[in-house]
Design a protein around this ligand. Structure first.
Ligand SMILES: Cc1cc2nc3c(=O)[nH]c(=O)nc-3n(C[C@H](O)[C@H](O)[C@H](O)COP(=O)(O)OP(=O)(O)OC[C@H]3O[C@@H](n4cnc5c(N)ncnc54)[C@H](O)[C@@H]3O)c2cc1C
Length: 471
């Protein structure tokens, strides 16, 4: 969209028969599910994509602010409905957990401060260009370095600010938004809840897949040509300049190439003869996911659009994901339901449950066995907490696991957000949005700078487009 609006003749090669990659949808019996992302934050970056191309987002896509952030459940019966309104959320925390409401408000104010000081530098610009660093804005941001808490972990920051173990767990969970471990990821990740609690959570009319449909339609309206069922097998380069791509044995010449494929297989398979940025490519990956898509013939009034059922031992859960590379027997379970807000996603009186557990990337584990065990553990946890046997209510079912995420999208190990963010230098461990060795070769998408998730993927496209001069 951005390059087409700049005047380039843009061709998209997609190995699948549909656009969207992870942001796609599936139909299971009478139920529709968004296949991957379920949480829509920072819509301004989508607005910005359309505006940059002289289009009006509202002509393609409508969304509304969802009044509730998330419903949180603990096995001991504690229930915390987190409002999308900051004051109401903080008041609920005070009522249920007896943590003074100002503690939450100040925490989120600090998250806003960090975002406002660092967001434009670390998320909206290339970190690998001198121009990013030589500005007064950057110098001002650096002056506040101690406040960003980069030398401690998110968990320690949360323990210090929020005191109550349940509130600490609630805010530790935001580490999973970029596939990291709160007990390892740096404290600056306290910025993440800013998106959800200060700005809000949004719901696209038509479901998350409407984002893909809007982007696809806008691109075709601008003249972008899509080649589906067409895998890029090689990026050809000569004398340190990218020359084109090879698909189905045919060479197709292009002046510029932007790879939106995960950067690890891009180098491994498409650029095997190019100098390999070994350190970046061997950096540990972010977590993956196991998803059960369940058509449930009942509606539970206590469930909202986003629901979390917490593990009783969060530390053990993350140790299993990141160190033991397996799934803890009592995992935190996320349920996303869209059917009550998007008519047609489920039959009358039924709900479409997208049930997700964070898991390690695919390194050859016995996924069939893990899937079966986790299914039983999740069913048992949910049945106990909701006071109703869930299995007899499931009338449609499909699953997604790290193997299928990897085969469907070529994401290395099936990781959701590319490189992991478990140490203080992780922002610099992501591949830049351009190649240092091959001229006219660029990179965007969730595996490179600034990171995974829809908002950051949109920003990666903006950075690439800013790096490329108008023809
Ligand atoms: C289960 C799950 C839940 C998530 N939840 C959220 C969420 O709630 N909110 C959020 O913001 N983000 C979420 N994410 C992350 C988000 O989906 C990703 O960060 C983002 O969609 C990645 O987009 P991308 O374009 O970088 O990669 P992809 O979506 O993986 O797209 C890459 C595309 O390239 C194609 N491709 C790859 N190699 C080739 C080749 N050689 N030739 C041709 N085509 C090729 C693939 O087929 C694919 O279509 C989630 C992801 C998953 C899987």
């Amino acid at each position: 969209i951005r390059l087409s609006a700049k005047g380039f003749d843009v061709h998209v090669f997609e190995k699948n028969s549909y656009p969207g990659g992870k942001l796609s949808e599936i139909q299971v019996g009478n139920y529709r599910f968004d296949a991957g992302p379920s949480l829509f934050t920072m819509p301004q970056y989508l607005e910005d994509t359309f505006t940059a191309a002289g289009l009006r987002l509202a002509d393609y896509f409508l969304y509304v602010k969802h009044p509730t952030a998330c419903h949180y459940f603990w096995d001991d019966g504690t229930f915390l409905p987190a409002s999308g309104n900051l004051n109401e959320f903080a008041a609920k925390v005070e009522e249920i957990l007896q943590v003074p409401k100002n503690r939450v408000i100040e925490y989120l104010e600090n998250a806003r401060f960090t975002y406002e000081k660092t967001g434009r530098i670390f998320l909206e610009k290339s970190l690998h260009k001198l121009g990013t660093w030589l500005t007064t804005e950057t110098l001002k941001a650096i002056a506040h370095l101690p406040r960003y808490q980069i030398t401690t972990t998110l968990h320690r920051v949360n323990e210090k600010w929020l005191e109550h173990p349940k509130l600490v767990q609630l805010f530790d969970r935001f580490a999973t938004y970029n596939g990291s471990d709160p007990y390892q990821t740096p404290g600056i990740m306290h910025i993440i809840p800013h998106f959800e609690h200060n700005v809000g959570t949004f719901f696209p009319i038509g479901g998350m897949h409407a984002i893909t449909q809007a982007l696809y339609k806008a691109a075709t309206d601008l003249g972008v040509k899509f080649h589906f069922n067409t895998q890029v097998d090689k990026i050809r380069w000569e004398g340190n300049v990218a020359k084109g791509v090879v698909t189905d044995g045919d060479f197709q010449p292009f002046d510029l190439i932007v790879s939106n494929m995960d950067v690890v297989p891009t180098y491994k398979y498409l650029l095997p003869d190019a100098p390999q940025p070994e350190k970046i490519l061997s950096y540990p990956r972010s977590s993956s996911a196991l998803i059960f898509y369940w058509g449930v013939k009942h509606q539970f009034s206590e469930l909202d659009m986003h629901n979390i059922f917490f593990s009783n031992d969060y530390k053990a859960e993350f140790e299993h994901i990141f160190r033991k590379k397996t799934i803890y027997h009592d995992p935190t379970v996320y349920i996303n339901i869209t059917s009550r807000w998007n008519a047609g996603d489920a039959p009358e009186g039924c709900d479409n449950w997208f049930v997700m557990v964070n898991v390690p990337g695919n390194t050859g584990q016995n996924w069939d066995e893990l899937l079966q065990q986790t299914r039983e553990n999740v069913l048992s946890k949910l049945s106990k907490r909701l006071g109703t046997a869930i299995e007899p209510l499931i009338e449609a079912e499909a699953t997604l696991d790290p193997r299928s995420i990897e085969s469907k999208t070529f994401s290395y190990q099936g990781s959701l957000y590319g490189a992991g963010s478990n140490d203080m230098f992780s922002a610099f461990a992501r591949h830049p949005n351009f190649s240092r060795k091959i001229r006219n070769l660029y990179f965007c998408g969730g595996s490179v700078h600034p990171g995974g998730g829809i908002p950051l993927c949109l920003l990666s496209a903006r950075i690439v487009s800013d790096l490329i001069e108008t023809p």
